[in-house]
Design a protein around this ligand. Structure first.
Ligand code: SF4
Length: 288
């Protein structure tokens, strides 16, 4: 099995077979994102993907989960994705779940019929990076998407039946826009009610435009305490019954997990305890 460049997958896909159907990210413009900055976006040939899979199938035919990488595999033409999903169905009979990263733009570009075909062929779960629910911040970070795009994409996912796992980022608005980041992201999660929310903590990476803004004094990075206050404000405002909430990523200063809304008070209490005792996850452990 060959992999090219940096390969990323959600933490919950740690035991999945990763299939690199594309290399890099078709958008690759978000100012905070370091993931594929040095890689051109490439759609791999179906024959090459299958050659890799044939190789691994010989030794590990019993995978139960498959994750289609890289950054936004749903950007592929529907017919190409269907071909790949059909191959998985025919050759990995133990697979119970296929998932992929997707952008709201990818989802909105496909018709409901196309999305249904993908779902029926086994694509069950989509990981979507909202990052923020604030249009001003989304514009500043060059996400290329709006709150309206997210809402439309999530409506389509619900119509089709996809499970959705959403990433949001505390600190993305810097010190200046922390309140609007918390409140408007809570509003977006409330409006879209995903199955899972993963709350990451902003980190500055040297090869990103946002890092350059930070060095030039145009972006003020909140400290650990301020970031937890922002998370607290998000939790106070979100209303998304049944959503599994996690902030257990390596980037987070405190590891939280629970189900909204029933665990909201417990999650807020954990934040308050951490703020009181100042026992934030040490910086040295926040590397990936
Ligand atoms: S955050 Fe996602 S969409 Fe934006 S550049 Fe990174 S991988 Fe691409």
């Amino acid at each position: 099995m060959k992999y090219y460049g940096n390969v990323f997958r959600p933490p919950s896909e740690a035991r999945s077979l990763i299939i690199q159907a594309t290399i890099g990210c078709a958008h690759n413009d978000c100012t905070f994102c370091y993931m594929y900055k040095d890689e051109p976006f490439i759609v791999r040939k179906f024959e090459d993907i299958v050659a890799d899979l044939e190789e691994i199938r010989e030794y590990f035919p019993r995978f139960e989960r498959i994750f289609i990488a890289d950054g936004d595999a749903l950007v592929l033409k529907t017919e190409d994705l269907l071909k790949l999903l059909q191959y998985i169905k025919d050759n990995f009979p133990n697979v119970k779940r296929v998932s992929a990263y997707a952008t709201a733009g990818d989802i909105n570009r496909k018709s409901i019929e196309e999305l249904k075909q993908l779902y029926d062929m086994g694509l069950e779960m989509l990981y979507i990076g909202f990052e923020s629910g604030d249009d001003e911040i989304l514009k500043e970070i060059k996400k290329g998407l709006t709150v309206d795009d997210y809402t439309k994409a999530m409506d389509k996912c619900k119509d089709v039946g996809f499970k959705t796992s959403i990433t949001i980022i505390v600190g993305l608005g810097g010190r200046e826009k922390w309140e609007q980041n918390a409140i408007n992201t809570a509003k977006l999660i409330t409006a879209t009610k995903p199955d899972y929310v993963s709350y990451l903590t902003m980190r500055l990476y040297q090869n990103t435009p946002l890092y350059r803004d930070y060095k030039e004094g145009k972006f003020e990075m909140p400290n650990a305490e301020e970031l937890l206050v922002e998370m607290r404000l998000f939790l106070e405002n979100v209303d998304s019954e049944g959503t599994i909430f996690r902030s257990n990523h390596a980037s987070n200063y405190v590891s939280l997990g629970g189900t909204l809304n029933k665990d909201r008070e417990m999650l807020i209490r954990q934040i308050d305890e951490t703020l009181k005792n100042k026992n934030f996850r040490p910086e040295v452990l926040r590397g990936f």
